[in-house]
Design a protein around this ligand. Structure first.
Ligand code: HEC
Ligand code: HEC
Ligand code: HEC
Ligand code: HEC
Ligand code: HEC
Length: 201
């Protein structure tokens, strides 16, 4: 584009500036492309980290913290049997977790210096049940009965739950993975039904 005479200096300057801008824009584009690449890599890393975390959480569920650090060993050591606290297994499908009243039969007055023991009375004074978290839980589609296995099948608790007399801390995971293969394995071994409808209602 020919330049008008009265425009030579400012217009050349204008062109030079435009040229520099062009360079600057080219540089910015490249920088932007680099930044985009870097952030794409970052996003991928974050996605990978989140995916790894989710998988890890599924593989090892967060450790359950029970409201009171209950000690099976100490209680079984003073001669209690399982049904003092798990009162339903002989008649029902569930074994049941103890309510506060069961604990208060012995803990209305202190038996130890333990602060954990103090918590039992604190729940009782507020009229609250101790909010135990149930660890063993089958999906709703499958059926299991303690009465059937313990009262009729005469199986010892330890066959499925391990030796609780040695347990000094609350249960955080089942002793045995509650898979269908585990159920069916024992049924096959003991000539018990493996009919789908026995366990799936
Ligand atoms: C038959 C009586 C009896 C019952 C029922 C009972 N306890 Fe105990 N508990 C004891 C005795 C005895 C001790 C003291 C044991 C020791 O220090 O050697 C104790 C100790 C404790 C302690 C302190 C443990 C420690 O590590 O020092 C806690 C906490 C506790 N019991 C919680 C409970 C809870 C929760 C329940 C109800 C689910 C319960 N107890 C039911 C008799 C009982
Ligand atoms: C044949 C294996 C087996 C035997 C034997 C067995 N259990 Fe269980 N237990 C299970 C299974 C499976 C679950 C999960 C049940 C569910 O989610 O329906 C469970 C759950 C539990 C629970 C938590 C849920 C509930 O039912 O309250 C307690 C407590 C329990 N068992 C205690 C006992 C005691 C005490 C004995 C012995 C008297 C016993 N179990 C014998 C397999 C067994
Ligand atoms: C004095 C009460 C007491 C006695 C006796 C007792 N338990 Fe427990 N049990 C508890 C409490 C409280 C919990 C929940 C906290 C924990 O895991 O320690 C529990 C939890 C369990 C669980 C895990 C339940 C779940 O959430 O899935 C099993 C299995 C179990 N007990 C088996 C037994 C067996 C088997 C015996 C007898 C050998 C027994 N217990 C005796 C109080 C008792
Ligand atoms: C260690 C061995 C063992 C394991 C593990 C076991 N069972 Fe059993 N099961 C038995 C025995 C023995 C009987 C028969 C009890 C009787 O005499 O009535 C039985 C009976 C049953 C019955 C009644 C069957 C009928 O004839 O109607 C059902 C339902 C059942 N089991 C479900 C399960 C489920 C669900 C699991 C896994 C969560 C499981 N069982 C794990 C040993 C086992
Ligand atoms: C002795 C009991 C028992 C018998 C018999 C049984 N199942 Fe199961 N099944 C279970 C239990 C318990 C689970 C849950 C296991 C778990 O959560 O890992 C299950 C889970 C399943 C699932 C879901 C699998 C999943 O990944 O969630 C299917 C589908 C299934 N069973 C089908 C069948 C069929 C079909 C049959 C007959 C050929 C059968 N089952 C017989 C106990 C049984």
């Amino acid at each position: 584009m020919p330049l008008a005479l009265d425009c030579i200096r400012p217009c050349l300057r204008g062109r030079r500036i435009a040229g520099e801008r062009g360079l600057a824009i080219g540089w910015r584009r490249r920088a932007l492309a680099r930044v985009t690449k870097v952030s794409l890599v970052l996003v991928l890393l974050v996605v990978a980290a989140v995916a790894a975390w989710v998988l890890a959480m599924r593989a090892t569920p967060a450790t359950v913290i029970q409201p009171i650090a209950f000690n099976h060993q100490k209680h079984l050591g003073v001669g209690l049997s399982c049904d003092a606290c798990h009162q339903h297994y002989a008649q029902q499908t569930i074994a049941g977790l103890p309510n506060t009243e069961v604990c208060m039969a012995c803990h209305a007055a202190p038996l130890s210096e333990s602060l954990e023991e103090e918590k039992v009375r604190a729940y009782a004074e507020r009229g609250h049940e101790i909010p135990w978290i149930t660890i063993h839980a089958l999906p709703d589609h499958s059926f299991f009965s303690h009465r059937r296995h313990v009262a009729l099948g005469k199986l010892d608790c330890a066959v499925c739950h391990g030796d609780m007399t040695q347990r000094t801390a609350p249960v955080t995971a089942p002793a045995v993975k509650l898979t269908m293969a585990w159920c069916v394995g024992c049924h096959t071994q003991r000539n018990v039904t493996t009919d789908c409808s026995a366990c799936h209602k």
